[in-house]
Design a protein around this ligand. Structure first.
Ligand code: KIV
Ligand code: ZN
Length: 388
């Protein structure tokens, strides 16, 4: 029996921190409703102390979404925690996520606090958050560059203070998979009360490793992953939800966990977020890019037409596409050409006529990136092709 991997979506908080991606309350509500349909377990709806608008957005999301836990972010300071507590009040299930930095550089240069003061503040913040909800998440910010012994100390204290989820952020995307997996393993084995909380991975993509680092953490025992739709997020972004979920689902042999995610809603969610934020999805983006299930080369098309699993490890339909796609171009072969003509209701009297049309198709394909159905129609009109 697989254990549940909690999917914590932070598109509306860390995703919104992408320069140029800020969203209105109504836009956040639309995305939150879609995330609920996707069956995300926890929606981090914003940072209520950041602005009155963000407070209202989190409050509104907490009022309309009923099937996901709604989370508000708070620094380890009184006003942030109170604002987060008020914002999540209408939720069926509400969480406060409080954080404080634990790396030497952040403590010394940013917080100007000693390690002892940081532990004390973390404990205070978790206890204060527990005044509003018994669902409290604590993050030692920049854990990926923090010292292991100090991390163990602050996390043990946060759990004793009442934190129910411990999130390990690689805030600046500095870690590599083996290292991040080891970090998760060491925390889970060295902290005496680690079994009292769910451990979570929160990875940034500065080196393009956010999904790989998150998966390494899952292998090491993390049971929550924080991610965003289309990998939206600060700088190079966060762990992409669609990639993480489909990696775990497709490679069931490699992971002891599964998620509640309704994968058929993935494409619709990706398109909604892209449309609202104006952040286009690159064509070769895994799972949701226009080419993710498209085949152009003749060898691949021939294989897929004979059996889809020759070149497909997932079904396009399982993530919301209507089907996979054969793109006709200069690398395409006769079988895809013939198959597309058949779909268009075009047939030839003789094999010789088909071959001649195929030669004309290749000549045209050398001049164009992609051959559309209209091109094919034009291409065969000189021939003796019959329309059915
Ligand atoms: O990346 C980070 O450290 C964060 C924290 C607020 C968890 O987003
Ligand atoms: Zn982050």
């Amino acid at each position: 029996m697989k254990q549940q991997l909690v999917i914590f979506d932070t598109t509306l908080r860390d995703g919104e921190q992408s320069p140029g991606a800020s969203m209105t309350k109504d836009e956040k509500i639309r995305i939150a409703r879609q995330l609920e349909k996707l069956k995300v377990d926890v929606i981090e709806a914003g940072f209520p102390a950041a602005s009155q608008g963000d407070f209202e957005s989190v409050h509104a999301v907490a009022s309309v979404v009923k099937d996901s836990t709604i989370c508000g972010l708070a620094r380890a300071v009184e006003n942030d925690i109170v604002r987060a507590g008020e914002a999540i009040k209408p939720a069926n299930s509400g969480r406060i996520h409080t954080f404080i930095a634990t790396s030497p550089i952040h403590m010394e240069m940013k917080l100007r606090m000693s390690p002892d003061e940081v532990v004390e503040r973390a404990v205070w913040a978790v206890k204060r958050a527990r005044d509003f909800t018994d669902n409290v998440e604590f993050s030692p910010e920049d854990a990926g560059r923090s010292e292991l012994d100090f991390l163990c100390r602050v996390i043990e204290a946060a759990i004793d203070a009442g934190a129910t989820t411990i999130n390990i952020p690689d805030t600046v995307g500095y870690n590599i998979p083996e290292q991040f997996g080891d970090l998760m393993h060491n925390l889970l084995t060295k902290i005496p009360n680690s079994d009292k909380a769910i451990f979570s991975a929160h990875c940034h993509n500065d080196l393009g490793l956010a999904v790989a680092n998150s998966l390494a953490a899952v292998k090491a025992g993390a049971r929550q992953v924080e991610c965003t739709i289309n990998g939206l997020g600060e700088r190079a972004g966060n762990t992409a939800l669609e990639e993480l979920v489909m990696a775990v689902r497709t490679r069931q042999d490699a992971f002891a966990v599964d998620t509640r995610i309704n994968t058929r809603e993935i494409l619709a969610t990706s398109r909604l977020v892209s449309g609202i934020t104006g952040f286009a999805v690159q064509p070769n983006k895994a799972i949701v890019g226009a080419n993710a299930f498209a085949h152009e080369s003749g060898i691949h098309q021939d294989g897929v037409l004979k059996h889809r699993e020759t070149y497909e490890i997932m079904r396009a339909e399982d993530v919301g596409w209507s089907t996979n796609k054969m793109v006709l171009g200069k690398h395409s072969g006769r079988s895809a050409f013939r198959s597309r003509l058949e779909e268009l209701g075009i047939e030839f009297d003789t094999e010789q006529e088909l071959n001649e049309a195929f030669v004309r198709f290749k000549e045209l394909a050398d001049l164009k990136h992609e051959i559309y159905d209209e091109d094919l129609q034009a291409l065969v009109t000189d021939n003796s092709a019959q329309r059915l």
